[in-house]
Design a protein. Structure first.
Length: 208
């Protein structure tokens, strides 16, 4: 991973539910990993539930909480999810309690989620009382590339996808970036160090 200079930590005050979205190739995963590595004492990654089987050395409660289909659907019926989706015949979702417990303990939660997932969470939160801990904590950031030319260059240079897959990712990126204006903050990742500094700064300000 690219080495990046850290900037001095401030004391985290108000714990946040940090929603981060971006098109594939914008650098979201890299920025989130750097933030989590640096601020592991005050921010943790949200562990989702899924009905898919564990892969390799994945352990329950670390990569995911692994549930049966019946368990997952029972929790849906009980309105226990902050958001959930059915993807390739498997459910994925974030438990409301998981996020609330972390916030009550003073920990911020970071969720790496797409635009549709963010919209579902916001719709859920908008139904809550003004003084609800989730409503107070909600904070969202959209990471975008400087332009589509640069995004295509990044996707191609990764060497992970065939040209037709890259074309799909680029089409999806255009659609996703049309929703960027809905977010509280938009960060253009044209330079990793600068983008990370801005990313961390807006989160710290959100905690004040």
């Amino acid at each position: 991973m690219t080495e990046i200079k850290r900037i001095e930590n401030d004391i985290m005050k108000q714990p946040l539910l940090i929603i981060v979205s971006a098109p594939s190739g914008a650098g979201k995963s890299t920025l989130c990993k750097i933030l989590l590595d640096e601020m592991r004492d005050s921010i943790k990654y949200s562990v989702s539930c899924t009905t898919r089987k564990p892969r390799g050395a994945e352990k329950d409660g670390e990569a995911y909480f692994f549930l049966s289909k019946e368990q997952f659907e029972g929790r849906i019926e009980n309105n226990e999810f902050l958001e959930y989706a059915l993807v390739h015949d498997n459910y994925y979702g974030t438990l409301d309690k998981t996020v609330r417990d972390a916030l009550k303990n003073g920990m911020s939660i970071l969720m790496d989620i797409d635009v549709q997932g963010r919209d579902k969470i916001l719709a859920h939160i908008n139904k809550l009382n003004e003084d609800d801990i989730l409503r107070k904590a909600f904070f969202d950031v959209f990471i975008r590339p400087p332009d589509m030319v640069e995004l295509e260059k990044r996707l191609t240079s990764r060497g992970e996808d065939a040209p037709d897959v890259i074309a799909v990712r680029l089409r999806n990126a255009k659609i996703e970036m049309e929703s960027a204006h809905k977010y509280m903050h938009i960060i253009i990742n044209d330079d990793l160090q600068r983008a990370y500094n801005e990313f961390k700064e807006v989160i710290q300000k959100g905690k004040e």
